[in-house]
Design a binder for this molecule. Structure first.
Ligand SMILES: Nc1ncnc2c1ncn2[C@@H]1O[C@H](COP(=O)(O)OP(=O)(O)OP(=O)(O)O)[C@@H](O)[C@H]1O
Length: 309
């Protein structure tokens, strides 16, 4: 189990990036870290891996304390693997050689079998003999993930793991990778901007804002009961609307167009989203967003109903 206790960190003395972080992670559990750009997601992963020295607090994996570069000449904990945003692959050797570099040379058959298994997980079988320098950014990202998995870490730390991968590949890769991690009981912490990483695949979600953890719960709970607009906005457009003197947060799908109601909005724009239209409208001098199966002309008045909260 990972135990992060009262940790604080800043790159300089007068600027704290993370303040008094506390959380735990069980074996095999998947945690997502979300928050706006620059809030400290990558910094947290680097601290957990042991690449930075803490100013305060402790981190333990089981009974082992995670210590930073002041303590270890080669930083980074043995039973963790960390895939950074810049991959750090060997460009002049092939995809499979990059993976094999992290497997034992003394068991070539076992090493080959494992490499093939990982090539399947990252859907890169067709590129096994291609030199890494000739791969696209998204392909390199996938090789970096396979390489990190080669030795079956106990905890995998992924920084924006699908950031450079197109939607077409991303969905199937995500399903394969997270199923593989669960199957092998590998715990995982993913720093991400992508709500799908959290909603569909994480057991738990932590949201960071202004150096603090402002939410730590199941993705379902945080999605359905966001305590702040900042949190809801990680998942979708969000409307902050006051009804009978009380302010509520509504996602676009929680506002419906109805035949009649005393809540009227004037359509400003309609954006095609494939399966539906996102309507931008003025409601009591506030711009709101809701979904509709059909578009409306600008300036059209529509009656709305808001989900009961
Ligand atoms: N090596 C460094 N030296 C000094 N400041 C740094 C360093 N790396 C990051 N920072 C600062 O620390 C803060 C947190 O950065 P971090 O990269 O952890 O954010 P992030 O949430 O991962 O951002 P993004 O989503 O854009 O990747 C930012 O203000 C950043 O400018």
């Amino acid at each position: 189990m990972l135990k992060v206790k009262h940790i604080s960190f800043g790159y300089t003395k007068n600027k704290t990036v993370l303040e008094n972080f506390n959380f735990t992670l069980k074996e095999g559990e998947h945690l997502c870290i979300m928050g706006e750009s620059g809030c400290g997601k990558s910094t947290l992963l680097k601290i957990i891996y042991g690449l930075l020295d803490l100013q305060k607090g402790t981190i333990f994996w089981k009974e082992n304390q995670v210590l930073g570069p002041k303590k270890y000449l080669v930083p980074g904990m043995d039973f963790f693997k960390y895939v950074a945003q810049d991959f750090d692959l060997m460009p002049y050797i092939s995809v499979s050689e990059n993976i094999k570099k992290h497997l034992s040379r003394f068991y070539p058959e076992e090493s080959e079998k494992r490499t093939q298994e990982l090539l399947e997980v990252i859907e890169m079988k067709a590129f096994e003999n291609t030199k890494v320098k000739n791969l696209s950014g998204g392909q390199k990202q996938r090789v970096a993930i396979a390489r990190a998995l080669a030795k079956e870490p106990e905890l995998l730390l992924l920084d924006e793991p699908f950031g450079q991968i197109d939607n077409f590949k991303k969905n199937s890769l995500r399903r394969r990778l997270f199923a593989y991690l669960k199957e092998k009981n590998i715990a995982c912490i993913v720093a991400t901007h992508d709500k799908n990483d959290a909603l569909s695949f994480a057991d738990r979600l932590i949201v960071i804002r202004h150096q603090k953890i402002i939410a730590n719960d199941s993705p379902k709970e945080i999605y359905h009961n966001p305590k702040k607009k900042y949190i809801a906005a990680l998942f979708d457009d969000v409307n902050e609307i006051t009804i009978d003197g009380k302010t509520h947060l509504f996602y676009p799908h929680q506002i419906k167009i109805v035949e009649n109601s005393d809540k009227k909005a004037i359509v400003l724009n309609a954006y095609f989203k494939g399966a539906y239209w996102l309507i931008e409208a003025d409601f009591k001098n506030t711009t709101i967003y809701f979904n509709s199966v059909k578009p409306f002309n600008n300036k059209k008045e529509v009656a709305l109903s808001f989900l009961d909260k």
